[in-house]
Design a protein around this ligand. Structure first.
Ligand code: ATP
Ligand code: MG
Length: 348
């Protein structure tokens, strides 16, 4: 699918924020797998189809695996991996450099102060934030709001940034973006122009779209947010029955690690949504659990459970975070988007 390739022209991309794209990863230079010595288009596509999204993934791959999936000899695979290692310039960071990298972390406001505070100041770059919850709980609405808010000035909770949106359920709604943009005083058409949408039709297609991200950022360094709405829908539909579960989880694992690498390298915020499924074994408390289970739990930096509250309110619970306490925040969804819950007295 080509839509997602429609990044802006290079001339526009060089305008300002190249510095920010680099701040997240001073050691990184974009090199496509096919440009490595000894790798043609055919081998490159085999490598990518096998789930090695970029040169870093290839650089850390096992030569025997690469030889097998690409149907090449092991010495050739070793040579290609060595090339990838050279191109990737994989260096260690000193503690100070690491601290500098952390200083480059930026945050996008969700629109609700309470929810921002719960997340430590908004949705963070260099991290994966996962929202899971039942239908209508607001997972996609938060994504719409973030894709608009990221475009705002920094003092208004944005990063003057653009978005890549991977839509696996066909639920992206341009009209909703326009509505939210107008409410924030943005030009609605421009706001839409700043979002690149890739519709994924299969889990393999979803993997390929994620692989496209470095190329898109190379063309448009203003990209600061990647949305995957939703992460598991296609996997869930395709992998039925327990026999294929390990295979499914392995692929999900590859996507999530690729996303995390991209977040680190380009200082991106990654926002993924996830469905829940019933857990018949739970007798007390909430009998639902996120699809994809432990795999996502191990990779996502922030996990937020959304549920519908009273009078149309939504309650977000921070389930997992490296440094923040567990807690809850209440917000509401209206025509104007995500905001703090109005006080009880003001509500109808
Ligand atoms: N324009 C709007 N004005 C007011 N509320 C809205 C508007 N658009 C959506 N909503 C609210 O958001 C809810 C839908 O939330 P959302 O689409 O984010 O759910 P979801 O968690 O992504 O669910 P699913 O699992 O079905 O994808 C609606 O039920 C409604 O309450
Ligand atoms: Mg949704």
């Amino acid at each position: 699918m080509q839509d997602i390739g429609m990044a802006k022209k290079d001339s526009e991309a060089t305008s300002d924020s190249g510095i920010e794209a680099k701040a997240g990863d001073a050691n990184y230079e974009y090199v496509d797998i096919k440009d490595l010595e000894g790798v043609g288009a055919t081998i490159a596509s085999k490598i990518k189809n096998a789930g090695y999204a970029d040169i870093i993934a290839l650089a850390t791959a096992n030569p025997m695996d690469v030889a097998e999936v690409c149907e090449i000899g092991e010495p050739t695979a070793r040579k290609i991996i060595a090339e990838a290692r050279e191109a990737a310039k994989m260096n260690f960071l000193s503690g100070l450099e690491f601290e500098d990298k952390r200083k480059a972390v930026q945050r996008i406001s969700t629109g609700s102060n309470a929810l921002d505070i719960l997340l430590g100041g908004g949705v963070e770059t260099q991290s994966i934030t996962e929202c899971y919850g039942e239908f209508g709980s607001g997972k996609s609405q938060i994504a719409f709001q973030l894709a608009v808010n990221v475009q705002l000035a920094k003092e208004k909770g944005g990063l003057e940034g653009h978005t890549i949106w991977i839509d696996t359920e066909g639920t992206f709604r341009p009209a909703r973006i326009e509505q939210l943009a107008i409410s924030k005083g943005l030009d609605p058409k421009e706001a839409l122009q700043n979002i690149k949408i890739g519709r994924a039709y299969s889990s393999d297609h979803q993997i390929l779209l994620v692989d496209k991200i470095p190329e898109l950022i190379n063309k448009d360094p203003k990209i600061k947010l990647v949305v995957v709405d939703s992460m598991m829908a296609l996997f869930r539909a395709e992998y039925v029955g327990r026999g294929t579960l390990a295979d499914r989880q392995q692929k999900v694992n590859v996507i999530l690690h690729n996303l995390q690498r991209l977040a680190d390298r380009f200082n991106l915020a990654i926002y993924i949504t996830n469905q829940v499924m019933a857990r018949p074994d739970v007798m007390f408390g909430d009998p639902t659990v996120a699809v994809g289970g432990h795999i996502i739990g191990h990779v996502a930096t922030y996990r937020v459970y959304l549920r519908k509250g009273k009078k149309g309110l939504r309650v977000a619970k921070l389930v997992d975070s490296p440094s923040l306490p567990e807690g809850e925040a209440t917000f509401q969804i209206s025509a104007d988007g995500i905001t703090d819950a109005e006080e009880e007295s003001k509500r109808k």
